[in-house]
Every structure is written in C-alpha cells, then in structure tokens.
Design a protein around this ligand. Structure first.
Ligand code: CIZ
Length: 297
C-alpha cells in the first residue's frame, strides 16, 4: 500500500502532511510531520497541487485558509476536534456583546468561522506572546480552551475571560497518573501540554506545545521524559531521540486523530476527495487573524 500511495502522490503532484498526534504508520509515510501551524505553513510553501492533511478538520481548514489555490484533502472528513466543536460563531458574538472593550484571541483549535470572528489567532506555543502583544487591550476573551486560557492568565497581567471549552484527551489526564509515573521514574522530567488542567500543569517541569516539546527533548540532559500530551507525540519524540526514554500517559489518545488510515489516504489520493474548502468570505477574514499571529511569532 505504501508503494501505491507513493505512486499516486507522484501522479497527483501531492504532498502528505501528518500531525504529531497521528499514528506511527501515518507519520512514517508523511513528507512532513509537525504541529498544525508548521504544517499549514509547509502546505503554503511547498511546490505541490494537492495537500493530503492527516490530522483533524480545523487543521485542514487552516491549510486551506493559507493556500486556497491548492486542493486540500482530509482522508476522513469525520476527523473532527471536540475542542473546536465547543464554540460557535453565534455564541462568540454573544460573548463579545458582554465584553465590548475586549479583544478576542482564538486558539488554532477552532473552526475557521470563529477565527474569522476573532482579532487574532494563537497556538499553544505562542499564546502568551500573542496576548501580550495586544498593547491596546487590558481585557482578552480567550477561546475556546479554558486550560490554555488559564495558563496564559497565570502569566500575564491582562484580564482573561475564559471560554468553557477543553480538549477531552488532555483534560482527562489526572494528577494521580502523573504522581504514579513520577514515583516509578524518579529521575524523569515531566513536560505537559498547556491544554492539561491547572493542577496537572502545577506538577510540570516544563509546559510546552508539541513543537517546543521536540526542541526541549533534543536539548535536555534528562534521559527520561514523561510526555503529558496525546500519545502520538511519544512516537515522534522517540523516533527523533532514540537514546532517550519517553514515557506516555495511559489513555491519552485522541480518537479523531486515529481514524486516518493508510487505506483512506490511498482512496483520498485516487479520488481527490474529501476536500476541505473554506468559503471565501470566511477565509479572507480568518486569514487576517492567522496572519496577525504570524507577524508575532
Ligand atoms: O497546534 C497544534 O498542532 C496542536 C493542536 C497542539 C500543539 O501543541 O502542537
């Protein structure tokens, strides 16, 4: 199947992008593996007509926002994001009415229409820098992840109005699980994703998005690292740093990330479906919000 996928890729002038949370076999056949923003930037810069985005819906949307001239395929159109589904444009408009003087910062894990309705987008890696860059605003509506929002709130002097959204995979990671792992691996460093709950982050040696986890792991002198995020990341870290031991958190699995299969990639390349297309009026506004972020990081 891998050979057939490679052949189809050539025929269609396509490139395969895989998120850090994708299953091993998908990461292994991808041309690039990374976080959602790295991949969308790659989608925009690469010389290909077709992007096969192995990730979830909002990520394929972001790729399409940045490069509408290319065909963006999501091999399973039902690969959604429960966090992104916890906000709608209508609900955000209501919240804006409640806080008329506030700026809206939206985490990249949000629908394109919510990005279009926001002042600026952010990732887990740059959320604090983005919030602090808004010099004219003391109040920020931060959507949709309450855990990332409260982490930012703990590091800034601005007032952060939280949205009641969360990533179930990260939110379900429990203090007890971390305590047990720390007991079993007393010399391990614990790095946690800011989508984890505050009490889990309180136990972390480092709070990092996936791109920064990779940088940290390669530079750190620690030989054992507990990885407080989705388990696909453990595969990526182990592959890049074979001499170190990476310890996963049991049950930290995003089911949506795992519904992409080699079989679906092959079908998708054959039929050039299912496509993700962001309507132009949404795309233009969402791109402004993404571009403002890119100027900062
Ligand atoms: O932006 C991404 O790719 C996500 C969802 C998380 C991260 O930290 O990379």
């Amino acid at each position: 199947m891998e050979e057939r996928i490679k052949k189809l890729k050539k025929e269609k002038n396509a490139v395969i992008l895989a998120h850090n949370y994708q299953p091993p076999e998908i990461q292994d056949i991808a041309d690039f593996v990374g976080d959602s923003l790295e991949l969308s930037r790659k989608a925009a810069s690469v010389d290909a007509e077709v992007i096969v985005f192995c990730g979830v819906y909002f990520m394929a949307e972001t790729a399409n926002i940045l490069s509408p001239e290319k065909v963006t395929l999501l091999p399973d159109i039902y690969a959604g994001c429960q966090l992104a589904d916890m906000i709608t444009v209508q609900a955000l408009r209501e919240k804006k009415k409640e806080y008329p003087g506030a700026a809206v910062v939206c985490y990249v894990n949000s629908p394109a229409a919510v990005k279009a309705e926001s002042d600026i987008c952010c990732t887990s890696a740059n959320a604090l820098a983005v919030v602090n860059s808004l010099k004219d605003f003391d109040k920020i509506i931060f959507v949709p992840d309450k855990n990332l929002g409260s982490y930012v709130a703990s590091k800034t002097s601005k007032e952060i109005i939280l949205w009641d959204g969360y990533c179930p995979t990260h939110n379900d990671i429990e203090v007890g699980q971390i305590a047990k792992l720390k007991e079993n691996y007393p010399h391990a460093v614990f790095m946690a994703h800011p989508e984890c709950r505050p009490e889990v982050l309180a136990l972390a040696d480092e709070v990092l998005g996936t791109s920064d986890m990779l940088k940290f792991a390669s530079k750190s002198s620690a030989n054992e690292i507990i990885v407080g995020t989705e388990e696909g990341m453990v595969y990526r870290l182990q592959k890049d740093n074979p001499e170190k031991k990476f310890i996963k958190i049991e049950r930290a699995i995003c089911k949506d990330m795992k519904i992409i299969t080699l079989d679906k990639i092959e079908k998708s390349l054959k039929n050039l479906e299912p496509k993700v297309v962001v309507p132009n009026e949404v795309r233009v506004k969402a791109k402004e919000s993404v571009n403002r972020m890119m100027k900062i990081s």
